[in-house]
Write a protein that binds this ligand. Structure first.
Ligand SMILES: [Zn+2]
Length: 147
């Protein structure tokens, strides 16, 4: 199977929340294309869904630090643009950081980065309205109250 087929096979399990069954497909995609932004994002997202937030965090930091050009050349298959995966990676990192630190203040910069990078033409899994709602909820749950 090529990268595109592996990702799609993984997403079928992902859609029914069967994360541990989805993971081998995403990891095979990543093994064959270590710089494929789609494979990296899906492995990181699945680590998060499986509660392995530290693994997710280190993969996301490495991904965000990798130059777009390297990621563009990282996979011959057609996926969404690199910029779209980086956009969603920032918001995923917001949730991952919340899960690890339980601190809204530490996670917030990633949500802000996500909001700053949003623009027409880039795919985002979440609407802006949904993003703002999730930020507000997180602030309520994990923020320090001003006093
Ligand atoms: Zn790929």
């Amino acid at each position: 199977m090529d990268c595109f087929d592996l990702i799609n096979a993984g997403l079928k399990f992902h859609e029914s929340f069967r994360y541990s069954e989805a993971m081998p497909y995403f990891q095979d995609a990543l093994k064959s294309h270590p710089n494929c932004p789609c494979a990296i994002y899906n492995v990181a997202n699945t680590w998060h869904n499986m509660g392995e937030n530290k693994k997710s965090k280190s993969l996301l930091h490495k991904f965000l630090a990798t130059k777009d050009q390297i990621l563009k050349e990282g996979c011959p298959e057609s996926h969404e643009p690199v910029e779209s995966f980086k956009l969603v990676a920032y918001f995923l990192l917001f949730h991952v950081t919340l899960a690890i630190t339980k601190s809204f203040e530490q996670a917030e910069p990633y949500a802000i980065e996500h909001l700053n990078k949003r623009r027409r033409g880039l795919l985002s899994v979440w609407s802006k309205r949904e993003v703002l709602k999730q930020i507000k909820q997180a602030q309520k749950e994990f923020g320090t109250s001003p006093e």
